[in-house]
Design a protein around this ligand. Structure first.
Ligand SMILES: CSC[C@H]1O[C@H](OP(=O)(O)O)[C@H](O)[C@@H]1O
Length: 355
C-alpha cells in the first residue's frame, strides 16, 4: 500500500510508517509506529492530521493492537477506545475504530483480518478522493462556463490534500483534477493559524504539483472576495451533520460568511465517512477540540541557515485560547462534494445518501 502520495504505509516488518507532518515543508521525516500507544501519540501530537488520515492511522493503530494483544479481543477493545478518543472532532477517527472493532469481534483470525481491514480502509480512500476530484472538477468547469472565465481563482483553508486523505485529498482533489485537465487556475492558500497547515502543507503540496498558488494571511479572504479575486471556495471537513452543518478548521466559518456576502460559491468536499448521522445542529452538538495555548504563543520555522527555530510572539503572561475548529451552518454552504455526487446541505438530501 505504498504510493508516491501516501502519508502512511506498512513497512517490510508490517510496522506502520508515517510522514511526520510537523516537520514539513522543511524536512521529510518518517516516524515508525509500532504499537497502539504510538498511534495515539501520533494522532494527538499531530504527527499525522487531516480527517481521513487520522481515520487511516486509527485503523492501522487497531491492527497494531492486534499485533500486541493477539486474540485478546477484550484488551484490544479497551485500548482501541483510547485511540478513538485521541482527537474529538474528526468523526472519521471514530468511524474507522468502530469498523475495525466490528471486524475483530466476528473474526477467527484477528491479526490477519485486522490487517486486511486497515489496508482496505486506506485503499478505499484512494477511490473516494479520486471520485471527489472528478465530481468537484466538473463544478469548477461549470463555474468557469457560467462566469465565462479563462482562469479560475479558488480559495482554500487549512490542508485537505493528500496529506489529509490519501491519495489526492478532498478540497484539493478537484484542484489536482483540474490541473490534470489543463484548466488555467490559481489557488489562494489561507495560512491557517495557529498551526499553519495552509502555509506549511497545502503550499508544499501545490508547489510539488506545479500548481500556481499564493499564500495569504488568514484575514485576507474577505478583501479578495470584495474585489472579485475569488471565484469559488473549497474546503475539507472534519464532521458534517445529517442536517448539513460542517465542522472544519477554525476560520472556515468566517470565509463562508464572506463568500455568502459576496455571492461566491462555497463548497465543502468530504467522503461519506465524514458524515455524522447522530447530530443535526452542528454549532450545539459538535465537540470542538481545544488545543494547547502554546500553539498560539509560539511560531515554528527555520532561520536563514535552515536551522529549526521556535519563537514566542506574545507577551509572557498573556493568555491564549486555541479553538481547533468552527462550524459553518448549512445555509452558508452551496454544496457538499462527495464520492457519490454533489449533495445539497439539508437533512432530506443527506439522509437519502447516508441512511
Ligand atoms: C480532509 S479534511 C482535512 C482537515 O483536517 C484539518 O484539521 P487538522 O489539521 O487539525 O487535522 C482541517 O479541518 C481540514 O479541513
Amino acid at each position: 500500500m505504498q504510493g508516491q502520495y501516501r502519508p502512511l504505509w506498512l513497512n517490510e516488518n508490517s510496522a506502520l510508517e508515517v510522514l511526520d507532518q510537523r516537520y514539513l515543508p522543511h524536512e521529510k521525516r518518517v516516524r515508525v509506529l509500532k504499537s497502539g500507544a504510538d498511534a495515539i501519540e501520533a494522532i494527538s501530537d499531530m504527527t499525522v492530521r487531516g480527517a481521513g488520515v487520522i481515520g487511516n492511522v486509527a485503523a492501522m493503530g487497531v491492527y497494531l493492537l492486534a499485533r500486541e494483544f493477539g486474540d485478546d479481543k477484550k484488551r484490544i477493545r479497551e485500548e482501541a477506545m483510547k485511540l478513538r478518543a485521541s482527537r474529538p472532532t474528526a468523526v472519521n477517527l471514530m468511524w474507522a475504530v468502530d469498523r475495525m472493532l466490528n471486524v475483530i469481534e466476528k473474526s477467527d483470525d484477528v491479526l490477519a483480518d485486522a490487517k486486511a481491514e486497515a489496508i482496505a480502509i486506506c485503499d478505499e480512500d484512494v477511490k473516494r478522493s479520486e471520485a471527489i476530484g472528478k465530481i468537484g472538477c466538473n463544478i469548477i468547469e461549470k463555474i468557469m462556463e457560467e462566469k465565462k472565465l479563462e482562469k479560475i481563482n479558488i480559495l482554500t483553508h487549512c490542508n485537505a490534500g493528500w496529506l489529509a486523505i490519501i491519495d489526492s485529498g478532498t478540497a484539493l482533489a478537484p484542484i489536482y483534477e483540474a490541473h490534470k485537465r489543463g484548466i488555467d487556475m490559481h489557488v489562494w492558500v489561507d495560512e491557517t493559524r495557529p498551526r499553519n497547515q495552509g502555509a506549511n502543507l497545502t503550499s508544499w503540496e501545490l508547489s510539488d504539483a506545479g500548481i500556481d498558488h499564493t499564500i495569504i494571511a488568514d484575514n485576507t479572504g474577505g478583501h479578495l472576495m470584495q474585489h472579485d479575486m475569488v471565484d469559488m471556495v473549497i474546503t475539507g471537513a472534519d464532521r458534517v451533520t445529517r442536517c448539513g452543518d460542517a465542522a472544519n478548521k477554525i476560520g472556515t466559518y468566517l470565509k463562508a460568511l464572506a463568500a455568502n456576502d459576496n455571492g461566491i460559491p462555497f463548497y465543502i468536499a468530504l467522503p461519506l465517512s465524514t458524515f455524522d448521522p447522530e447530530s443535526c445542529n452542528g454549532v450545539e452538538e459538535i465537540e470542538i477540540e481545544m488545543r494547547s495555548e502554546d500553539e498560539i504563543h509560539i511560531m515554528r520555522g527555520i532561520d536563514k541557515e535552515g536551522k529549526a527555530q521556535e519563537l514566542r510572539i506574545t507577551p509572557i503572561g498573556s493568555k491564549g485560547a486555541n479553538y481547533g475548529f468552527d462550524v459553518t451552518p448549512a445555509r452558508l454552504i452551496t454544496g457538499l462534494i462527495t464520492e457519490e455526487g454533489i449533495i445539497e446541505p439539508n437533512e432530506t438530501a443527506i439522509r437519502e445518501i447516508i441512511l
